[in-house]
Design a protein around this ligand. Structure first.
Ligand code: SF4
Length: 339
């Protein structure tokens, strides 16, 4: 990212509060067939995910398209209902919340969508788009609402005159600023940003990422930042989780993941990122085939059909997580003996 670095380093310690805890989360979609919709199989989108997101951190979620990143983000916000497992927010399981309690949760946890062209209602002026969350949550004080709208417009670096225009009058980057303003206008504690810059021109991606960092500080936000772009993930995240076929295969602090990654899949993702002046002698992991189908998951280690280090055991047994370092875990038999 060619921009001024706004990020300060996050220091982890045992007293840090877990804002979000994902426990044994799985999601499978039935595949139906025929007139009566008989179930002929399942698509396994998430498989027994355990994950913690600490208060005030940005956790990056990396992986190829189809790895389950968005499904995990949507499940954490209960925009979809997972098949099994728990999502604790401030210690409470949001998956078992009543409609009324879920509405309160929605005020505290928001989603920033990938596509700013789809996420804003084209028939509404920006003022009404920003006012809508207040109406949904029963705010009545118009003076307070107007002040908050003016404040957020200034925070996203726009002028008040934009409030009386329609979404189609803005560029992609401006629309994404407005979509971010809408997500943050009720001062949530937690945001899932799902590929928030991938639909934008490369020249403005850095501006939006830096805006998110500024707003994260301003609102004291905790964020799950989903992206397939490792350069962006590296720039914005405090920690990174790597997903493959619905599972997390490696998780570590950002510096550690880039300097001391262990999983062959993480290695392959990093090897796919173009680097200037790279050494010709370095051994690279090239992904040899397509991502296997979520319908017929490989047995054993899900990565075994593409792994250059595969052993017989990998084809039948599922690896557990092995500790590499403090906060650094990897799901691969290569590190079994070192534990
Ligand atoms: Fe490769 Fe085996 Fe490790 Fe899976 S467990 S990543 S197949 S070495």
């Amino acid at each position: 990212m060619g921009a001024v670095k706004l990020k300060t380093k996050m220091f982890y310690n045992i007293f840090m509060k877990k804002l979000v805890e994902v426990k044994h989360l799985s999601m499978k979609y039935p595949i139906t067939d025929g007139l009566f919709g008989n179930i002929k199989g399942y698509i396994y989108a998430l498989n027994n995910i355990d994950l913690e997101i600490y208060e005030n951190e940005i956790l990056g979620l990396a992986g190829e398209s189809g790895s389950g990143k968005s499904t995990l983000g949507n499940s954490i916000l209960k925009l979809i209902t997972p098949s099994s497992g728990e999502v604790l927010f401030n210690g409470e399981n949001i998956l078992s919340k009543s409609k009324k309690d879920l509405k309160l949760f929605r005020k505290k946890a928001q989603l920033i969508f990938q596509n700013p062209f789809m996420s804003l209602n084209p028939r509404m002026k920006i003022f009404d788009i920003l006012k809508e969350p207040f109406i949904i949550h029963g705010y009545k004080d118009n003076k307070e609402i107007n002040e908050k709208i003016k404040k957020i417009i200034s925070l996203i670096g726009m002028q008040e005159e934009v409030l009386f225009r329609y979404p189609h009058e803005f560029s992609g980057g401006q629309r994404q600023r407005i979509a971010i303003a809408r997500a943050l206008i009720l001062s949530p504690e937690f945001v899932v940003a799902d590929e928030p810059v991938s639909a934008l021109d490369v020249s403005i991606q850095a501006q939006i990422v830096n805006l998110l960092l500024q707003l994260k500080t301003h609102f004291n936000l905790t964020m799950l930042f989903i992206s397939h772009d490792l350069n962006i993930i590296k720039y914005i995240s405090d920690r990174i989780a790597v997903m493959y076929l619905g599972e997390i295969v490696e998780i570590a602090k950002t510096d550690e993941l880039f300097s001391n990654h262990k999983h062959p899949y993480t290695q392959a993702l990093l090897d796919a990122v173009p680097v200037i002046n790279e050494s010709k002698n370095e051994k690279k992991v090239i992904l040899s085939s397509e991502l296997p189908s979520n319908e017929n998951l490989p047995t054993g280690c899900k990565f075994h059909s593409r792994c250059p280090y595969v052993k017989e055991k990998c084809k039948t047994c599922e690896p557990d997580f092995y500790d590499i370092n403090i906060g650094h875990k990897v799901r691969c038999f290569l590190y079994e003996e070192k534990n």
